[in-house]
Ligand binder design. Sequence first.
Ligand code: NDP
Ligand code: OXD
Length: 308
Amino acid sequence: MALLFFSREDDPVAWKAALEARMPGLEIRVWPEIGDPAEIETALVWRPPPGLLAGLPNLRAIFSLGAGIDSLLADPTLPDLPLCRMVDPSLTRSMSEFVLTLTLFYHRRLDLYEERQRAGWWRMEMPRPASATTVGVMGLGELGGDAARALVARGFRVRGWSRSRRTVAGVACFAGAGELAAFLGDLDIVICLLPLTPETENILDARLFAALPRGACLVHLARGGHLVEEDLLEAVERGHLRGAAIDVFREEPLPADHPFWRHPRIRVTPHTAAYSLPETGAELVVDNIRRLRDGRPLRHVVRRERGY
Ligand code: NDP
Ligand code: OXD
């Protein structure tokens, strides 16, 4: 029985080599060379076309190449099988690196100096210590939890918000919709690392922006469906938000005529915040294949009723 690999972004050669090195004899079929669909036992996928997995009659488990599985759950034909998401040290490390990069960018006011450079204006603002900047992380799971710890280690004042109450050393933790306004109330920078679910869709909207202090910055690294784009434009143009760094969009690639591309206070990156190295990501996949074959519980199984 074979593993099917599907991704339009990840390198199949590198993943195949990493999987085979850890599980000699594992047969890997890279889409579209899938052979007999009845021979596929597991699938390792990133954003497969709807219906692809439903066409595999003997599939036993689905492994996501990404941490976020919203696009898989959006496929109405998705088979009712264990669905495991990617939890991987390289993914977590790269996300925390990106969170720190953008937090430091706004904290050290590089956005302001970019504007002043365009105007040819030499003027320095006295920098403030990290302890004078309050950063809030929405989502305290694998990625948000690590990012929050990294921010604490850099000396920032850190707040975190999750669905159930979490404890993260050095982080003031808030939980649930009832504590969202209190979480947002004194943030200088808010980082979104939530999964996209029916509860979190459109959460970054005018109401949430209004609950932030004037001059706050948004760093959005989760999913395009969280953000109401017109509300962001309005909040930035009116000066309520100082700026926003956006890595994920409703439509990817971001269309050439999208207003975010040329907005001086909105930074666009091409869904690049975090990535899994095949060398580390393959460990989880191989471990889960062994567990599946031995009848042991799989790791990082998505709870479909919660949507993440
Ligand atoms: P996890 O499932 O580990 O963590 C999710 C966190 O969000 C948890 O703390 C959870 O709360 C919280 N949460 C979920 N629903 C709600 C809600 N309704 N209200 C408040 N909090 C909520 O996910 P990861 O940390 O692994 O990944 C997070 C997301 O990051 C992914 O789903 C994906 O969208 C995005 N991502 C983006 C990448 C990029 O390159 N831009 C790369 C990888 C991921 P609780 O703790 O109570 O369960
Ligand atoms: C992910 C992503 O979910 O890259 O892993 O967005």
